[in-house]
Design a protein around this ligand. Structure first.
Ligand code: SAM
Ligand code: SF4
Length: 335
């Protein structure tokens, strides 16, 4: 655990201890996934709006001093930010930080894997929605599956980075045809495969409840071909994980819509422009960049952070009438 200021961990008003921080390092991306970004992209943040590596490091140090143990770098596409391994090295040196990980679309991973490992990355998640080249293109609008698989292989060749997870967004009418391929992939490689239910955070606002292919439906499809048994779950783990009864490999299901895990949520997020978000679906955010650049001391920033975390949402309201989508979409939040 980080060294706590005054010994008080970061807790919210519902008694949840916050120990996991997602840091978005850019809102830009080299892919245009259907469930995330429009084909033409989004209006990007200006360079000066984005936190510098030094600003990110200062905030992460402060969060770790308040009890954050796990930091994940995300985006947009984090590897699209120039010199990302330099940031990784800066963060990896923070005393008290137990885990430093990265979520990437994998396109630039082949080039960056060795530098990321040398800088101290501990775990990597790669997003892959289809194992068939034409369908991968259809979903990401980039003909990049071979490049992404080379990236996976490159990071997989470093035994210090484990586990390596492969995440697929599950969309009805698309992902059913991927289920068995991913199951075979999970059985024949060391990667841990996870399906994530489609959430209403797409920039096209095309999400509808019926497009959510539930984790349980996918599990049943896979179980019929390769019988599964559930692996006991850690309290704040978001995935339900299953192993294949007849051999190696495991497959997991992250079900934020059909089985919300808000009661155990220990996460907060920092956007690329320095806003603190206490839920993916937050309608409010707290500016940290303003005070940081105005010269605020750690104590003042800590107070701002504690007050924001205290108001962390009890739960998301996606399944309730009157649900309102946040103004920011997934790539601008940092998924
Ligand atoms: N660009 C990187 C990537 O794709 O891995 C990191 C950022 S991306 C926003 C993080 C994760 O969010 C990815 O696994 C992506 O598939 C997922 N994601 C994006 N939009 C989503 C949505 N509407 N519903 C569920 N997951 C989504
Ligand atoms: Fe880019 Fe990741 Fe969004 Fe796809 S999911 S468009 S790779 S940020």
């Amino acid at each position: 655990m980080g060294q706590l200021t005054g010994g008080n961990p970061l807790v919210d008003g519902h008694g949840r201890r916050i120990s996991d921080l997602r840091v978005s390092v850019t809102d830009r991306c080299n892919f245009r996934c259907q469930y995330c970004m429009p084909a033409e992209g989004l209006p990007w943040l200006e360079r000066e709006e984005i936190l510098s590596f030094e600003e990110i490091e200062r905030l992460v140090r402060l969060f770790v001093s308040l009890g954050v143990e796990d930091v994940r770098l995300t985006g947009g596409e984090p590897l699209a930010r120039r010199d990302l391994p330099r940031l990784v090295a800066m963060l990896a040196g923070i005393p008290g930080l137990a885990d430093l990980s990265l979520t990437t679309n994998g396109y630039l991973l082949e080039r960056e894997a060795a530098a990321l490992v040398a800088a101290g990355i501990r775990r990597v998640n790669v997003s892959v929605d289809s194992l068939q080249r034409d369908r991968f293109f259809q979903m990401t609008r980039r003909d990049a599956l071979p490049q992404v698989l080379r990236g996976l292989e490159a990071i997989g060749s470093h035994p210090s980075v484990r586990p390596i997870k492969v995440n697929a967004v599950a969309i009805r009418g698309f992902s059913e045809a991927e289920a068995l391929r991913f199951a075979e992939f999970a059985r024949s490689t060391a990667y841990q495969v996870r399906f994530i239910e489609f959430m209403p955070l797409d920039a096209d606002a095309a999400w509808t409840p019926d497009q959510v292919l539930k984790g349980e439906e996918l599990r049943a499809l896979i179980d019929a071909a390769f019988p599964l048994e559930e692996v006991p779950r850690e309290p704040s783990a978001t995935a339900r994980v299953f192993r294949f009864r007849d051999g190696g490999g495991e497959i997991g299901f992250i079900n934020p819509i059909s089985e919300p895990f808000c009661a155990d949520c220990n996460r907060i997020r920092l956007t690329a422009d320095g806003k603190l978000r206490t839920c993916l679906f937050s309608l409010h955010e707290t500016d940290l960049r303003g005070p940081l650049r105005a010269g605020a001391g750690d104590r003042e920033l800590e107070e701002t952070i504690r007050a924001a975390v205290w108001r962390k949402e009890l739960k998301h309201r996606v399944n309730e009438p009157g649900f309102r989508r946040p103004a920011r979409t997934m790539s601008a939040i940092g998924g």
